[in-house]
Ligand binder design. Structure first.
Ligand code: FE
Ligand code: FE
Length: 282
């Protein structure tokens, strides 16, 4: 039995917060003081911004890049993510898979390509990190580059005061340990479910734009606020409109009626079969 019930409950709370904070129709000023953030979310960001140093991120990358934890059919992964939620709230209607399917279904309704629908289904599956014992600060939270100065448009910038990279001057300039225009592919992003699902699916048949949606969907300071332009290259400029487009579906999916999981399963299984290997390495 897993003992990660509490972290995932916090993950859910964070999801709700993000949905509320970044809704495309929300006026910027409304949220600028972050007063709306529940205490659990503030605490999550306090830890996230303290512990996401360049060295910590590189450590997580090394710990996960071999993908030697398990090899599992994708649908089983989606069901497992749901099991965790059920433990913390037995009455609820499958929140993780509901968000996954609702995001996918909205993308499908609007006639977007099948790979983008699949990205909608899978984009939060990196929360498998909860099962591997990761604390919530290493699973969720807005993501941002590490190894260079933090943009003011990252939420709760004041919590970066406690980050050890403050005392490493080479990480505190605009480009930091990187070069102007080097491309986000060459930048270390704070560790979490975005980076992990990208790692897991980067060698699948999902096209480049889809991989960018997976990797950067929580990178709000970039795709919503326009920060970090100095690190972008032409690939990033091409990917950005896709990531923005995806974000709208991610944020707006929650208001819908719960999806008919069993009814939708065959269709999404066919997309999984088209783009992913039978077993996915985690
Ligand atoms: Fe997410
Ligand atoms: Fe999401």
């Amino acid at each position: 039995m897993h003992t990660t019930t509490d972290p995932l409950a916090s993950v859910e709370q964070w999801d709700d917060y993000v949905q509320e904070r970044y809704r495309p129709d929300r006026a910027e000023a409304e949220f600028r003081d972050y007063d709306h953030a529940p205490e659990g979310v503030r605490e999550l960001y306090r830890q996230n911004h303290e512990f996401q140093t360049l060295a910590a991120v590189q450590g997580k990358e090394r710990a996960y890049e071999r993908l030697d934890r398990e090899s599992t059919p994708m649908w089983e992964i989606l069901e497992r993510l749901n099991t965790l939620v059920d433990e913390s709230d037995p009455d609820t209607d499958l929140p993780q898979i509901a968000h996954a399917l609702q995001t996918a279904e909205k993308i499908r309704e609007d006639g977007h390509p099948d790979w983008m629908q699949l990205v909608g289904l899978l984009h939060d599956s990196g929360k498998m990190l909860c099962f591997y014992g990761e604390p919530q600060w290493a699973v969720v939270g807005d993501t941002f580059p590490v190894g260079c100065a933090w943009s003011d448009s990252v939420v709760f910038t004041e919590f970066f005061e406690a980050n050890a990279d403050r005392r490493r001057p080479e990480t505190q300039t605009a480009t930091g340990v990187y070069e102007e225009g080097c491309g986000l592919d060459n930048v270390h992003m704070s560790w979490g479910h975005d980076e992990y699902i990208w790692m897991v699916l980067k060698d699948s048949k999902i096209p480049d734009e889809g991989l960018a949606m997976l990797r950067y969907h929580s990178f709000y300071s970039w795709h919503r606020e326009g920060a970090y332009a100095h690190l972008m290259n032409d690939d990033d400029r091409r990917r950005l409109p896709w990531v923005k487009k995806f974000s709208g579906y991610d944020l707006y999916s929650k208001s819908d009626a719960p999806p008919e999981v069993e009814e939708l399963k065959p269709y999404y299984q066919s997309l999984i079969a088209k783009y992913l290997p039978e077993r996915v390495a985690w």
